[in-house]
Design a protein around this ligand. Structure first.
Ligand code: SF4
Length: 326
């Protein structure tokens, strides 16, 4: 079966005046239809850059896809023209950003902002039909349709995020990229927005990549988890593979405080001693070696491969030669 999303050996760089920042370094990822993947890691691990590359929204003249393929429903995003991307964005893939105010135009009524997306992708629809669809989408995300003539500043943070979700879902994209969609919201509203996303996933069968620091959210809402460090996926698996005992990457063990536990549902990543390496000056060997309590001499010079057992993969020399350790 064809995957909805297949990322193969993706490298993304940011070119500055005197530095080359290596933000994504050889990411491989697949996502099936209707599946939710949690993308987890510290700030600067490459999660948002991966999402922006899928959207082809890397900063102009600074961010570049250096190598690799992004196949979305059979379309190679890395080769699509800007005109093709304008069509694919919205109809095939949409993104929800952390702060709803950055995605909304403060001077345009919210209903018009949802309607604009429909007009762009459904030129065959007349004015009345668009109005009807806007009302339906408002109802779908739990907003009263009569408020479509209000401006963004007239809504609370949680309602604004619902409007952003309405815009993202207006054309029923097959893939939704949600970058910390609830971080700017208070806890009660966070729960409501996550529940809404879950309901929409069931109704519309949308696939989602959820970028988050919140491991509790991952345990509750995701099917698969990928953990990123210094632009690489260092562990990947089903929620059970990652949250249940057994073998884990030393970085994952550090993140979860100890061995992850699906029952305990850790809510936050634990800080690990040291800093992530400078992406403009990445070390040789394993990128985690100067923070890793299990590092050996080999780790400083040889980059580890991703070793896979069924659905579970770990990028670490410790698992390379002794798979029965698992
Ligand atoms: Fe630690 Fe070495 Fe494994 Fe890297 S390869 S995580 S340094 S043991």
């Amino acid at each position: 079966m064809e995957h909805l999303l297949e990322i193969k050996d993706l490298y993304v760089v940011y070119k500055g005046d005197d530095a080359l920042v290596r933000a994504v370094n050889g990411v491989d990822l697949t996502l099936e239809r209707g599946e939710t993947l949690g993308l987890v890691g510290e700030t600067g691990a490459g999660k948002t850059t991966t999402a922006l590359a899928i959207m082809r929204l890397l900063p102009d003249r600074i961010g570049f896809i250096e190598k690799g393929q992004i196949l979305l429903d059979g379309n190679d995003i890395t080769k699509a023209s800007d005109a093709d991307m304008r069509v694919l964005r919205g109809s095939l893939v949409s993104m929800i950003f952390q702060d709803p105010m950055t995605s909304l135009n403060p001077t345009i009524r919210v209903g018009e902002q949802v309607g604009e997306v429909l007009e762009l992708h459904h030129k065959e629809l007349g004015k009345e039909e668009i109005e009807k669809r806007v009302d339906e989408i408002f109802t779908l995300v739990g907003l009263p349709p009569e408020r479509k003539t209000d401006y963004p500043h007239q809504f609370s943070g949680g309602m604004r995020q619902r409007i952003v979700i309405a815009i993202a879902l207006a054309c029923q994209p097959q893939l939704l990229l949600a970058d910390e969609p609830t971080t700017a919201l208070d806890v009660t509203i966070q729960a409501q927005v996550l529940e809404l996303m879950q309901q929409l996933k069931e109704k519309l069968h949308t696939s989602t990549i959820l970028i988050t620091h919140d491991l509790g959210v991952v345990a509750e809402t995701c099917d698969k988890v990928a953990i990123m460090y210094a632009g690489e996926i260092i562990e990947i698996g089903t929620v059970e593979d990652i949250f249940e005992g057994g073998a884990h990457h030393p970085y994952t063990e550090g993140l979860f405080g100890s061995i992850p536990d699906l029952e305990k549902k850790e809510r936050r990543l634990h800080p690990i001693d040291g800093m992530m390496p400078d992406p403009a000056d990445l070390p040789e060997g394993c990128k985690f070696h100067d923070r890793c309590p299990k590092a050996t001499e080999r780790c400083a010079s040889q980059p580890p491969a991703m070793y896979r057992w069924g659905t579970h993969g770990i990028r670490c020399h410790l698992f390379g030669e002794e798979p029965d350790k698992l």
